[in-house]
Design a protein around this ligand. Structure first.
Ligand code: GTR
Length: 324
């Protein structure tokens, strides 16, 4: 129901939208683990501004960046109950909740970042978003953001797969990633993003794995100076809205949210490329050694993980591989 704005409605934070009465503005909380200025945060803020304008202020947004509303896992739980209305999370975090999406979470499933972008922009990308939406987990997946390519960073150099043996490497809380690092000879240690810095500092872990912007912005490089370019995971990141919130929106508002979420997908990508390049330069300037490794042993070692987790997705994997 779309109602006109009145003084009464403006004065009450959440009035009911009765015919003839104005619809109160709804404020949607957005949670981000990344700090202000990060590509995903900026793209969402721009999206929020466009939606606010297009709905004449009926929908407003409040960005909580820097992980202040909790870890990604906690935020996903809050989105499910509608306490947080929107978030961008790694697909790695969604995997344990909606296992149907795990095809994208497998090691070396994408040839490179370009391949991943082609896939998420096409019908397969939409199918995975729909799997999240159609799951029982009360979220509507709107669009994708680029989370780059994940490589290993460690306190001691990893120049070949043998060097990784026995190292405790932090992974996101998804069994698929624990198995991936274990298959490479390391010990995968699941942990929230916010705990990595001190775990590296105190030696609880020997390393982690992520893209250059995260390594830089979360200060992990301060205690891990070797960055081995394994490229083992390329994880796109869905932008989701709580279904509880979604169902409160008018069809017009839903269309606008979808439209500007898709625009954010494209905008974030440009921001991502700039941020990746500048992060690499800053990491190198801070003394991080970028190590080119032969990826084949890492690919071969993780074959059992693809077999184990890929079995339910055999057809889908063929289609992903066929995307040029
Ligand atoms: C980043 C990703 C975050 C978070 C983090 C992590 O690349 O953008 O959403 O998942 O990795 O590894 O915890």
């Amino acid at each position: 129901m779309n109602c006109k704005r009145t003084l009464l409605a403006a004065a009450l934070p959440l009035v009911f939208c009765l015919p003839g009465l104005a619809q109160a503005a709804m404020t949607l909380k957005m949670a981000e683990i990344h700090p202000a200025g990060y590509p995903t945060v900026v793209a969402q803020e721009h999206m929020a501004k466009k939606i606010e304008e297009a709905t004449n202020g009926e929908l407003k947004f409040q960005m909580f960046a820097g992980g202040v509303l909790g870890s990604e896992k906690e935020v996903v739980e809050q989105v499910q109950i509608g306490a947080v209305q929107m978030t961008r999370v790694s697909l790695g975090t969604i995997g344990p909740v909606v296992p149907d999406v795990n095809a994208f979470n497998m090691p070396f499933i994408f040839r490179d970042n370009q391949h991943m972008r082609k896939v998420i922009d096409g019908e397969i990308g939409q199918e995975i978003l729909d799997k999240i939406t159609n799951s029982e987990f009360n979220m509507v997946a709107l669009a994708w953001m680029d989370g780059g390519v994940r490589n290993l960073y460690t306190k001691k150099p990893v120049r070949k797969i043998e060097d990784l043996k026995g190292m405790k490497i932090r992974v996101m809380g998804n069994p698929l990633f624990v198995d991936t690092l274990n298959a490479m000879g390391a010990n995968g240690v699941p942990m929230n993003t916010g705990e990595i810095f001190s775990a590296l500092q105190t030696g609880v872990i020997d390393g982690a794995e992520n893209n250059p912007p995260t390594m830089l912005e979360h200060n992990h490089y301060q205690n891990a100076k070797y960055y081995s370019l394994t490229g083992h995971l390329i994880l796109p990141e869905p932008l989701v809205i709580s279904k509880t919130t979604w169902e409160k929106l008018t069809p017009e508002q839903q269309e606008l949210v979808k439209k500007y979420a898709k625009e954010a997908q494209m905008e974030e990508r440009k921001l991502w490329d700039e941020k990746s390049a500048s992060s690499e330069a800053k990491l190198k300037a801070a003394g991080v050694e970028f190590i080119e490794v032969d990826k084949k042993p890492f690919y071969d070692a993780t074959a059992p993980v693809r077999e184990k987790y890929g079995a339910p997705f055999a057809e889908l994997i063929k289609r992903i591989e066929a995307v040029q």
